[in-house]
Design a protein around this ligand. Structure first.
Ligand code: 76R
Length: 281
């Protein structure tokens, strides 16, 4: 019997920042019209200027990403999507807003806390090569080599986009949280890895048919919030939001295993436009 001790664990640095990627929060607020009225025109005017400065994505000390949008329907008046390596930089946007002159007139209605990740279902170069062969390519052929090289060239950019995304300049966005089912007989987490890879690759294929119309960001909230993932979609036109979600209802991964929380649909605008739209100043 070996008496060798297990290797000493590597010391892990203490930090609030992920080793790669960013924290991501979605915040939703409603205006309390009674409190706004009490602030008076001067109070509202200077509160408005203060809020515009806090929500300025190019302002000093601003987080890496800060997006303001006008929410459709009664769930909220406006939403923020905020991303940064440091979670307190994100929280400070929320706290500065609540502590501002408009703060007493703001009712927080929903928030969602998550972090970026590279999903385990993103094919490695090797897995991608195998898939090409399964789909009829001949290993080592010039076509196979070209496709493999193209994927290898794209992968670093795609991973950067998953971890530290650029937001597309598109006007419509939709956020919703989701889980994968853990029911007796329908438990995603008890499925063998190959089964999950098969379904996620079907899912990715149907997603790719929306290239140029919809961009998605999947952020993970397991252990951080009440749902397992947050889905952020941006679309060139809001009709594509309904098209993609409908289409995905037929993917086995969604049809059998997905559960969804509330959907927040909103329209991206500069902070001043959001405030004007909401009749604040
Ligand atoms: O990241 C990638 O593009 C690789 C392929 C891929 C993965 C790994 C991918 C592609 N997704 C992945 C993971 Mn997705 N996605 C959703 C939803 O409404 C529904 O039914 C589901 C909500 C949408 C709309 C969507 C869109 N995806 C995931 C995961 C994580 C699972 C895990 O890690 O266990 C979830 C929860 C999820 C859900 N997905 C795509 C899209 C689109 C549009 C694509 C194609 C991306 C592209 O072309 O760049």
């Amino acid at each position: 019997m070996s008496t060798a001790r297990p290797p000493a664990p590597q010391p892990v640095p203490i930090s609030l920042e992920p080793s790669e990627g960013w924290h991501c929060s979605h915040f939703y607020y409603r205006f309390d019209r009674g409190v706004l009225a009490k602030l008076g025109p001067d109070g509202v005017r200077s509160g408005r200027e203060e809020a515009i400065a806090i929500l300025d994505p190019t302002g000093e000390g601003a987080p890496q990403r800060l997006q303001t949008s006008i929410v459709s329907g009664h769930k909220a008046d406006f939403g923020l999507m905020v991303m940064d390596p440091h979670p307190l930089k994100i929280e400070s946007v929320n706290q500065r807003l609540l502590a501002s002159q408009l703060g007493p007139a703001l009712v927080p209605t929903y928030s969602f806390v998550s972090i970026t990740e590279i999903s385990e279902y993103v094919p490695t170069l090797e897995q991608y090569g195998k898939k090409l062969v399964e789909e009829g390519d001949v290993e080592g052929s010039p076509a196979y080599a070209a496709k493999l090289k193209a994927y290898g060239d794209r992968l670093p950019m795609m991973n950067r986009q998953r971890l530290t995304p650029e937001f597309p300049p598109w006007p419509a966005t939709c956020f919703y949280p989701m889980n994968k089912k853990r029911k007796v007989g329908e438990n995603w987490f008890l499925l063998p890895l190959e089964e999950r890879i098969r379904m996620m690759s079907e899912h990715a294929k149907s997603g790719m048919t929306f290239a140029g119309k919809v961009q998605q960001l999947i952020t993970v909230s397991l252990g951080l919030d009440d749902w397992e993932w947050g889905v952020t979609l941006w679309a060139k036109n809001p009709q594509f939001l309904t098209h993609i979600v409908y289409r995905m209802r037929f993917d086995e991964a969604s049809a059998r295993y997905a559960e969804f929380g509330p959907f927040y649909t909103s329209y991206i605008v500069p902070p001043a436009e959001m405030l004007t739209h909401c009749h604040v100043g």
